[in-house]
Design a protein around this ligand. Structure first.
Ligand SMILES: [Zn+2]
Length: 181
């Protein structure tokens, strides 16, 4: 995975896992100095992808991926920022990722902290706070496979071509449900 992250700490949201980061880099022979972090909420969101679970377990065992949860103080700070900029559809997992990045940014200023995401709402709030963002989609490194559309608010999956959720009207996201080799 040749994503361009100069910083040493990469905080991954669910879309980063769906895009295959850092799942593919676990099998790469080239050494990487990037330390990956994510939260329990994100792990719970991505563990429905069977292929991911073994890779995530391996990454955690080998210390490449650390699962750390932000304190309530940071979660509330991020919620306040999100409200300020009108981002109301962020899930608890989304908030947890921004809050973790903010916590690490403030506690370890010697390390550059980057959030890896494809989610515009996460990126928007993170940039308002002054956190660094790295996109995966713009690099064109999505895996092929079966994608479904889902509402991140209602947690409903749509197998048709719907663009917005029929329950709440939010714009649907795409999620990889099975990866092709
Ligand atoms: Zn919905």
């Amino acid at each position: 995975m040749s994503i361009d992250i100069k910083n040493k700490v990469a905080v991954l949201d669910a879309t980063a896992f769906y895009a295959g980061i850092p799942l593919s880099s676990s099998s790469s022979s080239s050494p990487s100095s990037i330390q990956y972090y994510t939260t329990t909420a994100v792990i719970n969101e991505v563990k429905h992808i069977k292929q991911s679970i073994d890779a995530i377990d391996l990454l955690v065992k080998t210390g490449r991926l650390r699962v750390v949860d932000p304190t309530q103080e940071y979660i509330e700070e991020v919620r306040a920022y999100a409200k300020d900029v009108g981002e109301y559809d962020l899930s608890d997992a989304d908030i947890s990722i921004i809050a973790l990045a903010l916590m690490m940014h403030q506690r370890s200023s010697e390390y550059g902290v980057t959030i890896v995401t494809d989610d515009y709402s996460i990126a928007n709030v993170a940039m308002v706070i002054g956190l660094s963002i790295s996109y995966t989609i713009s690099k064109g490194i999505r895996y092929s496979g079966k994608w479904v559309r889902y509402c991140k608010v209602c947690r409903i999956t749509y197998s048709d071509a719907s663009k917005v959720c029929r329950i709440c009207g939010n714009e649907l996201r795409s999620r990889l449900v099975s990866r092709l080799k």
